[in-house]
Design a binder for this molecule. Structure first.
Ligand SMILES: Nc1ncnc2c1ncn2[C@@H]1O[C@H](COP(=O)(O)OP(=O)(O)OP(=O)(O)O)[C@@H](O)[C@H]1O
Ligand SMILES: [Mg+2]
Length: 388
């Protein structure tokens, strides 16, 4: 798509419908506009004007206010009540002694007025201004439609690509596990030289498996982001005990923390702690927050996860002793592809999608999520769930 604005030269080809029951006026206005290069459609009554509009949609209408049978106000009212003709700008042609009726003209949808007898430069200036405005509005509308079509196409493409990557990735993970097992049997096979070979096989198999798992996580993130963007996220929102979800998350993340000599502490002031939530989505949300705490904290630090039950809501707080976030970084934190000042401390991957997904998921569950932090003093991420 070419997003550069079209030159206003095309205004010259614009079709202007001129409506006046006095043919002399039609001739004067018509010849004035023709000299400027506009195309003219004349009409001598309201009924004829509506007919002409149906035959070819004009870009602008100059409409006499006072006409026998159907007056200008009625014509304008009819044009504005039809979605096809509603966007056409209407300029009223009014005698100077009809000024008190002007408000009515604007009320029925006119954009401007010109008083008779005409001052040619004024008439031309008003016509040009409103044609330019209409042209700009049409262009924005066209670009908007084109952009949402392209965005839809991009989402579809991303969804297909991410979805199709999942199967080969799980096959790679499966084969990697087999390689690790083969290595193990060589290590324990008792044949000289083979154990060293087996260990190497085991290590390489492990690396392939870890890499495939990381890629699968990225693909899952892309699929989630896509699903949310297309409004296709399905929620099973119900009163849920958050304790098992939190325990599951901590047990999944603990090996990563332990590998960095970090300790994860869990505190809860009660059990069970019931809140309005989707259990699977909650696990995904909390996994993102705890995995961030592990990812961005240096080794040897503590991570504190607290579950607090209040009168109207339940909070889960994930506090770390990592680098924290500046005010500037906090503003961008929940945006898409936000990779900020803090970098992973153990070579973990970072796509910058996790928190944008978290925010959408939490809000879909009628909750809130935010971060409290000062640079150098760690960060606390808080998720608030409704109780009912
Ligand atoms: N606990 C934290 N402490 C300091 N910075 C953080 C913390 N959590 C997130 N950030 C910063 O915010 C950015 C966005 O986090 P987000 O979870 O959205 O993406 P990510 O971790 O980079 O990638 P992924 O998509 O794998 O989650 C991170 O790149 C990091 O710079
Ligand atoms: Mg993350």
């Amino acid at each position: 798509m070419n997003l550069s604005p079209q030159p206003p030269a095309s205004l010259g080809k614009s079709l202007v419908l001129v409506v006046d029951d006095i043919s002399k006026n039609l001739q004067v206005v018509g010849s004035l506009l023709r000299i400027e290069g506009y195309r003219i459609a004349p009409a001598t009554s309201g009924a004829q004007a509506l007919e002409r509009v149906r035959a070819e949609t004009p870009d602008l209408i100059l409409l006499d206010r006072m006409m026998p049978e159907m007056d200008g106000l009625e014509v304008c009212r009819r044009l504005k009540s039809d979605p096809v003709t509603q966007p056409i700008p209407v300029i009223f042609l009014t005698a100077s002694n009809e000024m008190e009726h002007l408000v009515k003209g604007f009320e029925v949808g006119a954009v401007d007025y010109v008083t008779k007898p005409f001052n040619p430069p004024e008439l031309l200036a008003r016509v040009r201004t409103h044609l330019e405005l209409k042209h700009a509005r049409d262009t924005i509308l066209r670009y908007g439609q084109e952009l949402s079509r392209l965005n839809e196409e991009k989402n579809e493409f991303m969804g297909i690509a991410a979805h199709d990557l999942r199967n080969p990735l799980s096959a790679i993970k499966g084969y990697a596990e087999m390689v690790v097992e083969d290595g193990e049997s060589l290590v324990h096979g008792g044949v000289s030289n083979i154990p060293a070979c087996g260990r190497e096989l085991q290590e390489n198999g492990q690396r392939i498996g870890d890499t495939a798992a990381r890629m699968a996580e990225m693909v899952q993130n892309l699929l989630d982001a896509n699903r949310i963007e297309r409004g296709e996220m399905k929620l099973d929102l119900k009163l849920t005990d958050l304790c098992p979800s939190l325990n599951q998350v901590i047990e999944t993340q603990r090996p990563r923390a332990t590998a960095k000599q970090q300790t994860v502490h869990l505190e809860s002031d009660a059990a069970p702690v019931m809140a309005l939530a989707d259990p699977n989505v909650t696990v995904q949300v909390l996994e993102n927050l705890v995995s961030n705490a592990v990812k961005y904290s240096p080794p040897d630090r503590d991570i504190f996860v607290r579950l607090k039950s209040g009168a109207e809501n339940v909070r889960v707080e994930v506090r770390d002793q990592g680098p924290g976030l500046s005010a500037e970084d906090q503003k961008k934190l929940f945006g898409k592809f936000a990779r900020l000042s803090a970098k992973p401390t153990g070579g973990e991957h970072s796509t910058g999608l996790g928190l944008s997904i978290v925010k959408k998921m939490v809000e879909a569950m009628k909750g809130r999520v935010w971060c409290e932090s000062e640079p150098g003093k760690g960060a606390t991420f808080i998720v608030e769930f409704a109780k009912a």
